[in-house]
Design a protein. Structure first.
Ligand SMILES: [Zn+2]
Length: 333
């Protein structure tokens, strides 16, 4: 009998104290960054106003600034940036990344970006994010117009008002078509450390169409392009000796390479020779200089094809975003 009383007392004490242990244990853990910072909330009230948020965009094709509801504008961005045939979770990841990118642009907007003619964003994909009107999208989709539009609207609606944050602030949610097998550190491509834009493995990108590409130039064509940028470059008899000191990033991109004794950034070479990415090798093959290139785009942040493959393997859009953007949270604002 005594023993029973003792057990009951011990149980009672345990039941009473366990919640205190749990609370005090978790209370001391670092808080997950699931909340928007006070600073952001204050600034967003001024910059974004009340929901539904409005956005001004400079529509390049029409050469005018137009105002849209942000969520409607996003349908045009997602439709222009990602194939509608991609799985729903990839489209949702794209919608949240695009929304975050645009919001961070609005927050930074001082109305002084000359390309924007007073708007916060523009529709030039090389400058901001691509965008197409519903009419343009449907014309391009043909028979599939109704189905595709519904799919994209659903992806935007399902993630309404959701953005990606790091330390409670919206991130610069950059993305591109496919990596060269690993994504790039922002610092290696643009300079400047960004804690959430770190190199991660993205090997499944190799299954994307045209993952490998080549670009060939005759010796004369090649020399002409280089000499235009670097008149001091010296080309000897043996083309194999034109190239030296290639330095690669963690993501596998060419950070720098010497050509004819002159150092170039890999990203600069990409632009000069219109390569699909700066993840390349270059060497003479027969009577040509041949670039062998992997992936498509700058390689920093989210890989769109990688997102497709992750979605195909059962990952959610949150999994995908957290995979490509290190240490972030997705929050509803
Ligand atoms: Zn722009």
């Amino acid at each position: 009998m005594k023993r029973t009383v003792m057990y009951i007392t011990v149980y009672a004490l345990l039941i009473f104290f366990i919640p205190f242990f749990v609370v005090s244990f978790y209370g001391n853990m670092p808080k997950p960054q699931t909340e928007l910072s006070k600073n952001y909330i204050k600034q967003s009230e001024t910059k974004l106003g009340k929901k539904p948020y409005k956005i001004k965009s400079y529509i390049v094709s029409a050469d005018e600034v137009r105002e849209y509801e942000l969520e409607d504008y996003l349908v045009g961005v997602v439709g222009a940036e990602m194939p509608a045939s991609f799985p729903d979770e990839a489209l949702k990841a794209q919608a949240v990344a695009a929304r975050t990118f645009i919001i961070s642009r609005i927050m930074a907007d001082k109305g002084d970006v000359s390309e924007h003619k007073g708007a916060a964003v523009c529709t030039n994909p090389a400058h901001c994010k691509a965008w197409k009107s519903t009419e343009e999208l449907c014309a391009a989709w043909g028979d599939k117009a109704e189905e595709n539009l519904k799919k994209i609207k659903t992806a935007v609606k399902a993630t309404e008002n959701e953005i990606i944050v790091y330390n409670g602030e919206p991130i610069t949610a950059v993305y591109y078509s496919m990596s060269g097998g690993k994504t790039e550190n922002a610092a290696d491509v643009w300079g400047g450390e960004v804690p959430y834009l770190k190199s991660v493995a993205s090997g499944f990108d190799e299954n994307a169409p045209n993952f490998n590409s080549e670009a060939s130039f005759t010796f004369d064509e090649f020399k002409e392009i280089i000499l235009k940028e670097a008149p001091d470059a010296v080309f000897g008899e043996n083309p194999a000796e034109w190239f030296s000191d290639a330095a690669l990033s963690e993501g596998g991109g060419v950070m720098s390479i010497k050509i004819g004794g002159v150092e170039f950034k890999g990203t600069k070479i990409r632009t000069m020779f219109s390569l699909r990415s700066h993840n390349f090798t270059v060497a003479p093959v027969g009577d040509k200089i041949v670039f062998k290139v992997k992936g498509y785009g700058h390689g920093v942040g989210l890989s769109q094809w990688g997102s497709k493959f992750l979605a195909d393997s059962g990952k959610s859009y949150i999994d995908i975003l957290k995979y490509y953007y290190t240490g972030v949270e997705v929050v509803k604002q």
